[in-house]
Design a protein around this ligand. Structure first.
Ligand code: NAI
Length: 319
């Protein structure tokens, strides 16, 4: 069981991502204070966390060595930001993706924190140099960008401000590992960080292929889910190259010319024209009608798949 000495964490914003962080930190035995601006938000968040943890426990997928009740007893709601961060060694901000709001929150935290706590933002696309601009405690600031749903998808991109201390990155890296996440160090800030740059490259080519009538939207998705994606859950594109020939050098000798030939045929950034948006939307709605019930059911199915995949990945760890 965590003690104040083992570590306390404050979560600022108790929405979708704040709830996931709270569960992850509790699974690592950390005491968590979940702060939000209204009682209703905090009450809802605590209820959702309870329901989710019970479900995870019943399905044998609860993370960490503590039971659901023990983990739940580590999480408390809070409506006072000063109280929330008191004693915390890590503060994870999870308010909506709005630069002015995030800057306001960090300016507030800057006034009340000591020189030791790590100030971390969950932002998906705001650059650290913008979010943490002008803060006295900038050395302690970092972006820790999770992937939705963070409880099932462990990657966390760590992105420093140019003035972030290396010790802040190291501490956050170790903390992420401790709660079972997979941190990666993004050495320098860049728009989209790494994950979204890769994702947008894929979306971009997918869009061009559909727009040009090369492949249907549903077949395009199948190329990923029954093709590329099968191996990408276990090995990345670079290791794929390494394994698909006698090592990387041999792959590049054999295929770099062919790759360059294909890459030269890639088109411009899509403009996401209305006509193609409607075509893709129609195809998606055949598979998953876009009403709240169907979307929620499909998300639940996706999360169950991810949960089982996570189990498989644990079982398949190379010795
Ligand atoms: P959300 O809208 O579900 O939750 C935001 C929470 O912040 C709400 O509970 C709201 O009441 C609270 N809030 C608003 N103003 C506040 C304030 N001044 N002080 C404290 N709390 C306040 O948003 P979500 O999806 O949880 O996103 C949070 C952050 O995580 C965003 O920066 C987002 O870009 C990032 N993120 C989101 C992902 C996603 O797929 N939803 C994935 C990865 C990162």
């Amino acid at each position: 069981m965590a003690s104040a000495a083992a570590g306390e964490v404050a979560i600022i914003g108790s929405g979708l991502i704040g709830q996931s962080w709270a569960m992850l930190f509790a699974s690592g035995g950390f005491k968590v204070k979940l702060y939000d601006i209204g009682q209703q938000q905090v009450t809802n968040a605590l209820e959702k966390i309870r329901k989710e943890m019970k479900f995870l426990e019943q399905s044998g997928s609860l993370k960490g060595s503590l039971g659901a009740e023990e983990q739940l007893s580590l999480i408390s709601g809070c409506l006072n930001i000063q109280e929330a961060v008191e004693g915390a060694m890590h503060i994870q901000e999870c308010v909506p993706e709005n630069l002015e709001l995030k800057k306001k929150i960090f300016a507030q935290l800057d006034q009340i924190v000591d020189d030791k706590v790590v100030l971390s933002s969950s932002t998906s696309c705001l650059l650290p140099s913008k979010v943490f601009a002008g803060l006295a405690h900038v050395k302690q600031c970092i972006v820790a960008h999770p992937v939705n749903p963070p409880y099932y998808v462990p990657l966390v991109e760590l992105v420093p401000h140019p003035k972030t201390a290396p010790a802040t990155v190291d501490r956050t890296y170790a903390l992420m590992q401790k709660i079972g996440q997979s941190p990666v160090r993004v050495m320098k800030e860049i728009d989209g960080f790494v994950l979204n740059r890769l994702q947008y490259a894929v979306i971009s080519e997918a869009w061009r292929l559909v727009e040009e009538g090369i492949v249907s939207p549903s077949d395009l998705d199948l190329v990923m889910s029954d093709g590329l994606g099968m191996r990408y859950a276990f090995i990345g594109p670079l290791e794929t190259m390494h394994l698909n020939a006698e090592g990387m050098l041999s792959y590049c000798d054999r295929y770099s010319e062919g790759m360059q030939h294909v890459l030269k045929t890639f088109g411009p950034i899509p403009d996401f024209s209305r006509a193609t948006v409607e075509k893709v939307n129609q195809a998606m709605c055949v598979k998953v009608p876009n009403d709240p019930e169907h979307l929620a059911a499909r998300r639940q199915w996706r999360d169950e798949c991810l949960l089982r995949l996570a189990k498989l990945k644990r079982q398949m760890q190379p010795q």
